[in-house]
Design a protein around this ligand. Structure first.
Ligand code: HEC
Ligand code: HEC
Length: 312
């Protein structure tokens, strides 16, 4: 009888942890106002008056932290869910070699995935986004992560899939790129456009807008890494059909997508001048990535993969 009770309880706990939806009611008073503000920012990050100046592309947080059936950013169940994320923080991050708060982690997506600048953590926008993400873990047990700055659910999935896809991408050739282009045009272009520029509410994946501004994530973003991008896409795309792409298909599609033009990542450009910014919580103060260096990280030459014509 005692054993049964324990099993039942842990089944309920697991169901709650991985359930994939926001709590039913907003918190009362000022906390509730901040949670709602954070939710609004996540859905309109590049146009919201409090964050638009910190964004350098045409994406919102919900472009990658997808809406679940409740219509809220980050409640979808795939890789990148925010359900459970706040339970892991403060958490260690190998990239910065420091212990990161949830606000620090959010700021990393601003300067990489959003190709922008780190919001100042004392601002209402920064606190509101952290309040929203924290609300999505309300009632869940805390477990600060000593290895990775992500939720218990994302942590295992990122680590396992990134490793799997790294093995696949290291063997990539021009033939995989050609196959990736073909698959992209068949399975993705109907929403994201053949030129990757997005269409209407479907977000862009690469390239520039008419004014010369970058449309999508830069080369410092998780999505720009051949293994992590494939892991995210296999879990979440095509929209509503996550989990349908075979390993080699997801790998080839992202080999193609991540070989297209996107902004170089220069850590310094993501920081406000020191006087305004205050302290930047990282021991790594120099970082630079390009499409070329992201391919080199897997032992690949992007020119050969793309089959670029050599101009002498
Ligand atoms: C282009 C896609 C993309 C966009 C846009 C994006 N993110 Fe992320 N985000 C990611 C990826 C990929 C990861 C995991 C990366 C890793 O582990 O290397 C992540 C991780 C996170 C995490 C840790 C979550 C966890 O449990 O793993 C938080 C918090 C977060 N992002 C917040 C934000 C916020 C807030 C915004 C908007 C300002 C945003 N992100 C925009 C792709 C994106
Ligand atoms: C039915 C339309 C549809 C199809 C087909 C589709 N996507 Fe998406 N995709 C979306 C939407 C919509 C979002 C953003 C979610 C949101 O804003 O709510 C998205 C987000 C993304 C993102 C992260 C945001 C960004 O712009 O960088 C990537 C990467 C992506 N899709 C890749 C793909 C790939 C690769 C395929 C093909 C395997 C694909 N998608 C097929 C609709 C689609």
């Amino acid at each position: 009888m005692k054993v049964m009770k324990v099993t039942l309880l842990s089944a309920v706990a697991v169901g709650f942890l991985f359930g994939g939806s926001a709590p039913k009611a907003y918190p009362a008073g000022e906390v509730g106002r901040m949670v709602k503000l954070g939710e609004d920012i996540m859905a309109h990050t590049n146009t919201h008056p409090l964050t638009k100046d910190m964004v350098g592309n045409h994406l919102a947080c919900k472009s990658c932290h997808l809406n679940g059936s409740d219509g809220k950013a980050g409640t979808a169940d795939g890789i990148g869910t925010f359900i459970g994320t706040a339970t892991s923080f403060p958490a260690y991050s190998k990239r910065e070699k420091t212990v990161q708060t949830l606000q620090d982690r959010i700021n990393n997506c601003f300067m990489r995935s959003m190709n922008g600048k780190r919001p100042i953590i004392d601002t209402e926008a920064s606190v509101a986004m952290a309040a929203y993400v924290t609300w999505l873990s309300d009632g869940m047990p805390m477990h600060m992560d000593t290895k990775r700055p992500c939720s218990p659910k994302n942590s295992s999935r990122w680590a396992k899939n990134a490793k799997k896809f790294a093995g696949i991408q290291k063997k990539a050739t021009h033939a995989n790129y050609v196959n990736g282009k073909k698959l992209f045009e068949a399975k993705c272009a109907s929403c994201h456009g053949k030129n990757g520029a997005g269409m209407g509410t479907f977000p862009p994946l690469w390239g520039k807008d008419a004014k010369g501004g970058w449309l999508a994530y830069n080369t410092g973003a998780g999505m720009s890494k051949l293994n992590k991008g494939a892991a995210w896409v296999q879990s979440n795309m095509p929209l509503g059909q996550g989990g349908t792409l075979k390993d080699q298909e997801a790998a080839d599609i992202m080999l193609y997508v991540d070989a297209q033009p996107r902004a170089d990542f220069d850590l310094k450009k993501g920081l406000f001048p020191a006087a305004k910014m205050g302290y930047y919580n990282s021991k790594v103060l120099k970082e630079h990535h390009s499409v070329r260096s992201n391919f080199k990280a897997f032992g690949l030459d992007v020119s050969k993969i793309r089959g670029d014509k050599v101009i002498k």
